[in-house]
Design a protein around this ligand. Sequence first.
Ligand code: ZN
Length: 163
Amino acid sequence: MSALPIVFWPDARLAQACAPVGEEDHEALVRDMFDTMYAAKGRGLAAPQVGVMRRLFVMDIGWKDGDPSPEAFLDPVITVRETRVESIEEGCLSLPGLMVPVERPVAVTLAWRDARGDMHMRDFDGFEARCIQHEIDHLDGRVTLDHLGETDRADMLAGYEAP
Ligand code: ZN
């Protein structure tokens, strides 16, 4: 059990696309990522945020409300995106203190492998759909700021200082 150091923007690793997990051993990493996410009081964490460039994220949207639902998503793929979009402010453990409005589809269908190797496909909406899209952005080398136009991005960054 150990929390890993979090990679903060503008670290170059947050702008790189990740490689598939494939058959690589990931058990210890998944455990450490949950430890890191809970220690940082987050509800989602992607591997590149701890410097591991693999397509893997963990999510537990209910733990802060006493309703834990820890899930690990390996090599996740969004197969369907709802056409209706919504703009909501998102925080990010790699961008502490910044709340960035991001427009995203309100629902998605996701295919992934869990930590035991079982395949899943399921529809998500609400906060889960948003969190999943946010984490998959990380796997593609994208952060919330990358959704903004130049002016909004500059305004947002005026108040930002990496820890
Ligand atoms: Zn993030």
